[in-house]
Design a protein around this ligand. Structure first.
Ligand code: FES
Length: 171
């Protein structure tokens, strides 16, 4: 196989692409198995990197464009390493008019990353998402399964600082 690169899992551990050949072998003769195939590979490595998608395409014969199509259409898939905590800022209409942009800017500054990026310590990923279904609490963000409403940029920063200092205390 042409791809021999060493890649990184979401948690920063290295892996070799040949480590997914068992998953590919299990699915490659089934048509319509693209979603479960990608789900299982993402479960193992935390996200779907460019190298991984190239490798899957070569090994299965599924067109790369088709793999990207599926991986970008379904929100369950990620093309970037995902941090332990996913910070999702709602940019639906109610949140947009209530200052979601300022919340994202404050979080990006606090975390030192842009949207769709993950911090170097793999603790946080910052995302913009569509309506989270809590419009009366706009602007809203969700971190993992917890929802925070009526946020100000200052409060959003404080939530991150608290999470970081809790982690330090636990270590
Ligand atoms: S628009 Fe943000 S929760 Fe609905």
């Amino acid at each position: 196989m042409a791809h021999q690169c060493r890649c990184e899992k979401s948690n920063g551990e290295e892996f070799n692409l040949s480590e997914i050949s068992d998953i590919i072998d299990r699915y490659k003769n089934y048509t319509g198995a693209t979603i479960p195939l990608l789900q299982e590979i993402q479960k193992r490595f935390g996200y779907l990197s460019e190298d991984v998608l190239d490798y899957i395409s070569e090994a299965t014969g599924i067109q790369l464009s088709q793999l990207y199509g599926v991986a970008t259409f379904y929100s369950q898939f990620s093309l970037i390493p995902v941090g332990k905590n996913v910070v999702s800022v709602c940019h639906g209409t109610a949140c947009h008019v209530s200052g979601a942009k300022k919340i994202t800017e404050a979080l990006a500054d606090e975390l030192g990353i842009e949207e769709d990026e993950t911090t170097h310590d793999r603790q946080f990923t910052l995302k913009s998402v569509a309506c989270l279904g809590a419009c009366s609490l706009a602007p809203v963000m969700r971190i993992n399964n917890e929802t925070y409403g009526r946020l100000t940029p200052k409060e959003a920063r404080e939530i991150i600082r608290n999470m970081r200092s809790k982690k330090k205390t636990l270590n």
